[in-house]
Design a protein around this ligand. Structure first.
Ligand code: AMP
Ligand code: GLY
Length: 416
């Protein structure tokens, strides 16, 4: 089977690495891919939202399955576009992607389908928002921009003043453009968080090992929010919590998309908080997580590609996940200045000294001469699996210690 993978980050590098192990794979292609992915896939310099060119590439390369990494092309309807032309896609329809792209849509979907989540009010205008905030007596309160805001559209507001200023920033100053045309005001929840990912074929689901992202820049969850500074998997879940996740979150999700006729073949990624009242959904994403995928892929023993294909064929029911029983730690190496102003073009040294067994997934690098230079905020996901989380942690950090670039930032407490 010839496969086309869409995307260019650390998540896609990890997916390419895993898909390449499949006995079912013919040739792997990537759009646009990355310098580091060139050893795994034939990369094509096409924009991820140029659907016509992607379709032409599918025809020319006899692609039998397209696997979509990032949310932007999904939210723009790549799955609908290619499916209508007879190309099989692992990645949900535009309507399915709205479960990530619109918080209002997601919250109302959860409401209709009795999926546990924080209570909420949709605020349609700044004036209405101010009224509702003045009526609100409970702080902190959470204010969220409705649309995609690169993970920055959520504010935990300690008092009325902060809530009003979030509304003004999102809805009037439009700091995230049209993403702030509507706002969700939400009950503040407390508890540990985890990322629950499951493969979905539209009717059934297959849960992947639960992972945990580390979103803050600095050790001890301090500093600004980032795209993710590292991840671990699996995260231990109590049996009662696991029951709720499977029966009240994932099952109700697939029942909901089926009932509401939302074509959804792909990954549902539920950001979960383990509150004193049980697990609740903070958000849905409609794709693999980054950096969660880097920590999950090394735990899969079986053939990922056959599962992705089963999803696209609507034949996921009865399939099982084979795991290798290990634990995995993925440490993100970020550029100096990240997240505000990442420095680029810094030479990366020591990659060849990384011990065999560790995996270095590239998120933001370019080839220069014989080596690599940095080209993005998140640069590398340095990953290792081991018999225990502690062993995986040791191996991952042993690998990190070999790598260097000017300004390199990373957390020392991933998996602690
Ligand atoms: P989201 O983009 O909705 O996942 O929100 C980003 C982050 O904001 C989450 O990972 C949580 O840490 C925090 N957050 C979101 N919603 C809530 C909530 N209702 N209560 C407390 N924290 C929240
Ligand atoms: N790691 C969070 C995300 O992929 O959205």
């Amino acid at each position: 089977m010839n496969v086309l993978l869409i995307g260019s980050g650390g998540r896609e590098h990890a997916l390419a690495w895993k898909i390449r192990q499949s006995p079912q794979l013919g040739k792997l292609h990537a759009v646009p891919g990355s310098a580091a992915m060139k050893s795994l896939a034939e990369c094509h310099a096409i924009a991820v939202d140029d659907f016509e060119k992607i379709h032409a590439c599918c025809l020319a390369k006899k692609i039998e399955l397209v696997v979509v990494g990032p949310e932007a092309p999904l939210a723009k309807g790549i799955s609908d576009f290619l499916s209508a032309k007879g190309v099989k896609v692992f990645g949900p329809s535009q309507k399915g992607a709205m479960l990530e792209a619109s918080k209002q849509f997601a919250k109302e979907f959860m409401g209709r389908n009795s999926i546990p989540t924080a209570s909420f009010t949709i605020l349609y205008s700044a004036e209405f928002a101010r009224e509702k905030i003045k009526e609100n007596k409970k702080y902190p309160v959470v204010i969220k921009a409705d649309g995609l805001a690169a993970g920055k559209g959520v504010r935990i507001c300690a008092n009325e003043e902060e809530a009003l200023s979030a509304v003004s920033d999102f809805m009037e100053k439009r700091i995230f453009g049209s993403a702030g045309s509507k706002v969700v005001m939400e009950e503040f929840l407390t508890g540990r968080e985890a990322s629950v990912l499951a493969l979905v074929d539209g009717k059934s689901f297959l849960m992947l090992p639960v992972a945990r992202d580390h979103k803050r820049l600095k050790d001890g969850d301090q500093g600004p929010n980032t795209g993710g500074m590292g991840a671990v998997a699996p995260v231990e879940i109590s049996a009662p919590d696991l029951e709720i996740i499977k029966n009240e979150i994932l099952q109700r999700f697939v029942d909901g998309v089926k009932k509401e006729q939302i074509p959804f073949c792909g990954v549902v990624f539920a950001g979960i908080m383990f509150t004193p009242d049980g697990p609740k959904v903070l958000e849905f994403n409609c794709r693999f997580g980054d950096p969660e995928t880097q920590a999950i892929m090394p735990l899969l023993r079986g053939d990922l590609l056959s599962l992705l294909k089963a999803c696209a064929d609507g034949k996921l029911a009865g399939k099982e996940l084979e795991l290798n029983g290990q634990a995995c730690v993925s440490v993100g190496l970020a550029a100096g200045g990240y997240p505000e102003n990442p420095e680029k073009g810094k030479e990366i040294t020591g990659l060849y000294k990384v011990p065999a067994g560790a995996l270095v997934f590239h998120a933001g690098t370019e080839k220069k001469d014989d080596g690599y230079v940095t080209s993005g905020g998140r640069v590398l996901s340095v990953t290792a699996a081991g018999a225990s989380l502690e062993e995986a942690r040791k191996s991952a950090y042993a690998a990190v210690s070999k790598i260097h670039f000017e300004g390199m930032q990373y957390r020392k407490d991933i998996g602690l």
